[in-house]
Structure formats: structure tokens, C-alpha cells
Design a protein around this ligand. Structure first.
Ligand code: GDP
Length: 297
């Protein structure tokens, strides 16, 4: 499970405090130093850690925690609250178009889990809202991507629009949207191309698709295992495309996960879903408070 190392380190830092009845300034300083190290080692972005530690200290001082009853317990609560704040405070639902279809564009690096997540989300909407989604296969560069989306579509009984690998992705999207209107699809997923690294040609193509499709939602899919690069990738996509939300995938893996948790603080865009396995049902709404509790153990 993700965050095991972080959970262990945080628990050990906080249990030191819990054993003390009274907590001194220097106890708090030591604890915060340990928490800072734990977050950095879990790959949380440096700037995000700095702000986090400052906010916890300020809150503890402001509320005169050290002079009050049960200082350790109150500090744990402050850490929990600040961790929740770092991840966005509240769950944020999918954007909806006032008239159908709601268009959702999936972007991210190759292998992050875009295609899989499009299928998972389509199935979730089908199951929970009785929705009629359509998925558009617009990744022509990875030939297997189209087959993969078609297989997924069959598996979850969701139609897939594709024009093979010879058509221009912009044209595929145009035609796909026409099809969506014909069949009165209420959600359209655009499975756009990814690359191993961000490059200008990819970004231009995605920007063009954005102009054509005017998506209600641009979901950046991020592999939680990517480490420090995750925040840079997120900034790159966000600066160029203006993402509207993030999906963290592979949180079921053995990952330090902290970089992914920094994305919210760095981009100011909400994490909306988390992928926790390879099955089509392994997608959950992201709740910052529950994730904070899970991390604190
Ligand atoms: P894309 O290139 O971004 O479209 O990535 P894919 O959707 O093809 O996913 C790449 C690999 O990651 C596939 O083997 C997926 O099964 C796997 N994957 C995607 N999401 C998750 C997840 O939440 N957990 C796990 N364990 N594997 C995932």
C-alpha cells in the first residue's frame, strides 16, 4: 500500500510527543523536524513541506497549544488538518456541462493510466448515474492504445469511436463529437496521446484538441509512483492546457506517493479521483480528509 513508510515515520514522530504530558517548545521543534524529514523522504515537494511546517507551527503558537490541556493530541489534530488542507480540504465533483454531452479530456504521460482511467470513470458514471458515455480513441501514436480502449469498451459495454491510426487526432475528435451527438451520449471521454516526456508537438496537439472539443474537464492522470517529476509534469500540463482536475493512479502500489500529494498545492487544481488497482471498478472519489487519516494511520 502507498504511504506505508510515511505513515510509520509520522507515527513515530508523533508518538514521541504523546508519551509526554507537557510539551516544550523544543519538543515541538524536534517533532516538526522529524515530520519535515518524513515528508521530504516521501517525495513531498520541498516548497510544500516548508509551507506545511510553517503553518503547523503558527497554528500551534496561535492556539497556545503548548500551554493547554493535552498538547500532543492537539498537535496531532493540527497536523491532520494541515495535511488535509495540503490535499485540498474537500472532495470536488466532476464538472458538468449544462447540456449534454459533458466532455472530459484525459491527458498525461504515457503509461500514467489515461486509457484505463477513462474506462473506469465511464463505468462509474454508468453504474452511479445510469449515464451513456462514449469514448474517443485519439491516441494514434501508441497503436495498442486504440485496441486497448476498444477492448475496455467491450468489457464495460461502452461504445468507442475510432478512426484507426492514420487519421489526424483533431479530425478524430471532431468526428467523435458528431457521433456523440447522434447517439445522444451524455459523457464523452477523449483518450488523448501521451509521451514519455512532455514535448512541444504533443502540447500543441492537445491544445488544438482542447480548442476543438471545449472540454468541461481536463483531467491530468498522474502515476503516484513517479516521484519528484510528478509535480514538474503537472505544472507543465497545467501551464499549457489549464487542467481542471487530477487523477492519481497506482495508489495500490508500494509508492512513497508524496510527490503526487504535492500536486494540489503546486497547481491549485483539485485531485478528483484515485486509482487503486487494475480492475475497472478500482477507482474512488478522492477525499482529502480520509486520505490524511490514512496517511497518519
Ligand atoms: P496510458 O498510457 O496513460 O493510457 O496508460 P494505461 O491506461 O495503458 O495504463 C498503464 C498501465 O498501468 C496498465 O497496465 C494499467 O493496467 C496500469 N494501471 C492504471 N491505473 C492503475 C492503478 O490505479 N493501479 C494499478 N496497479 N495499475 C494501474
Amino acid at each position: 500500500m502507498a504511504f506505508e513508510g510515511l505513515t510509520e515515520r509520522l507515527q513515530s514522530a508523533l508518538s514521541g510527543l504523546r508519551r509526554k504530558g507537557k510539551v516544550s517548545e523544543s519538543d515541538l521543534r524536534d517533532t516538526m523536524r522529524e515530520i519535515r524529514m518524513a515528508l521530504l523522504e516521501a517525495d513531498v515537494n520541498f516548497g510544500v513541506v516548508k509551507d506545511f511546517v510553517r503553518d503547523v507551527r503558527e497554528k500551534a503558537a496561535g492556539e497556545k497549544v503548548l500551554e493547554g490541556l493535552n498538547p500532543a493530541q492537539q498537535i496531532v489534530k493540527i497536523v491532520n488538518d494541515e495535511l488535509t488542507k495540503m490535499m485540498g480540504e474537500q472532495d470536488v465533483p466532476l464538472n458538468q456541462s449544462p447540456k449534454i454531452p459533458t466532455v472530459i479530456m484525459m491527458v498525461g504521460l504515457q503509461g500514467a493510466g489515461k486509457t484505463t482511467t477513462a474506462g473506469k470513470l465511464a463505468l462509474k458514471l454508468k453504474n452511479e448515474k445510469n449515464a451513456r458515455p462514449l469514448m474517443i480513441a485519439a491516441d494514434i501514436y501508441r497503436p495498442a492504445a486504440i485496441d486497448q480502449l476498444e477492448t475496455l469498451g467491450q468489457q464495460i459495454d461502452v461504445p468507442v469511436f475510432s478512426m484507426g491510426t492514420d487519421a489526424d487526432p483533431r479530425e478524430i475528435v471532431r468526428q467523435g463529437l458528431i457521433r456523440a451527438n447522434e447517439i445522444k451520449a451524455d459523457y464523452v471521454f477523449i483518450d488523448a496521446a501521451g509521451r514519455l516526456q512532455i514535448d512541444e508537438a504533443l502540447m500543441q496537439e492537445l491544445a488544438d484538441i482542447k480548442d476543438i472539443a471545449e472540454p468541461n474537464e481536463i483531467l491530468l492522470v498522474v502515476d503516484a509512483m513517479t516521484g519528484q517529476n510528478a509535480t514538474e509534469t503537472a505544472e507543465g500540463f497545467n501551464n499549457r492546457l489549464g487542467i481542471t482536475g487530477v487523477v492519481l493512479t497506482k495508489l495500490d502500489g508500494d509508492t512513497r506517493g508524496g510527490a503526487a500529494l504535492s500536486i494540489r498545492a503546486v497547481t491549485q487544481k483539485p485531485i478528483k479521483f484515485v486509482g487503486q488497482g487494475e480492475k475497472m471498478t478500482d477507482l474512488d472519489t478522492f477525499y482529502p480528509d480520509r486520505m490524511a487519516s490514512r496517511i497518519l494511520g
